[in-house]
Design a protein around this ligand. Structure first.
Ligand SMILES: O=C(O)[C@H](O)COP(=O)(O)O
Length: 250
């Protein structure tokens, strides 16, 4: 049994990139195209849920893309606290009215899930739908690596990581950090690059350092938020593995 202990002035922040998607499997640039998970991606999301099953979660943020939302919901099927994640619908007055819950007790047993387009994957512009290998053959490996991993070089008519950070990190600071400050434990299910931009902020990475930051699909990363600082705790290992967390850097 893996126990997770938080002292009172600490809150947990879990980041998880969506499980493998159908276009990841086909090695196509995806960006903001809304494709679902593969069966392997579903299994990755469930395994991720097992790894975080003892970590408290009070709020969940996802992008507006189905692969991140599927990952969050599948992971939460493994959570021990058995609270019910509920997607909040505030996109219109009517949506808010029609999705209202009239029981305080039931609300206490639920976890609000907020979908935010600001957490969407970086928009890959004219690369969306292209095969990554064919693109490298056509434009050269270096150029494609520059588009995929540099901080300030956007793909043709797409977003650079910097442009993605301008919306994703801004959203994190404005909407998510205050929740952590108020003592809420938060999970974010998003994408390779929108999370790279957030991790760059959390770990204070330079434009150079972020180039080598790669995120696997479906592997949760844990941060502890304490006294306004983010402490990276690596990826919680699964119930079948010894130890608690891979401490990468305190
Ligand atoms: O959008 C995509 O294609 C993937 O989610 C991330 O792609 P990348 O690893 O090429 O940035």
């Amino acid at each position: 049994m893996i126990f997770f202990l938080l002292i009172s002035d600490e809150t947990a922040l879990i980041l998880i990139r969506h499980g493998e998607s159908l276009w990841n499997e086909k090695n196509l640039f995806t960006g903001c195209v809304d494709v679902p998970l593969t069966e392997k991606g579903v299994e990755e999301a469930i395994e991720a849920g097992k790894r975080i099953s003892n970590i408290p979660v009070d709020m969940i943020y996802t992008s507006s893309l189905i692969r991140a939302q599927m990952t969050a919901m599948l992971a939460m099927t493994q959570h021990r606290r058995k609270k019910v994640p509920i997607f909040m619908h505030n996109e219109s007055e009517q949506a808010k009215q029609w999705s209202q819950i009239y029981s305080e007790e039931t609300m206490k047993q639920s976890i609000p899930v907020i979908a935010a387009w600001q957490l969407n994957e970086r928009m890959y512009g004219e690369l969306q739908g292209l095969n990554k290998q064919e693109t490298a053959d056509k434009f050269g490996k270096e150029q494609v690596h520059e588009w995929r991993r540099s901080y300030d070089t956007p793909p043709p008519n797409g977003e650079s990581l910097e442009m993605c950070a301008e919306r994703a990190v801004a959203y994190f600071k404005e909407h998510i950090e205050p929740q952590l400050l108020s003592g809420k434990h938060v999970m974010i299910a998003a994408h390779g690059n929108s999370l790279r931009s957030i991790i760059m902020y959390l770990d204070k990475l330079t434009c150079q350092e972020v180039i080598s930051l790669e995120l696997s699909t479906g592997i949760p990363m844990l941060y502890i938020f304490k006294e306004g600082k983010f402490i990276r705790r690596g990826s919680p290992v699964g119930p079948s593995e010894a130890g608690v967390y891979a401490y990468t850097r305190v």
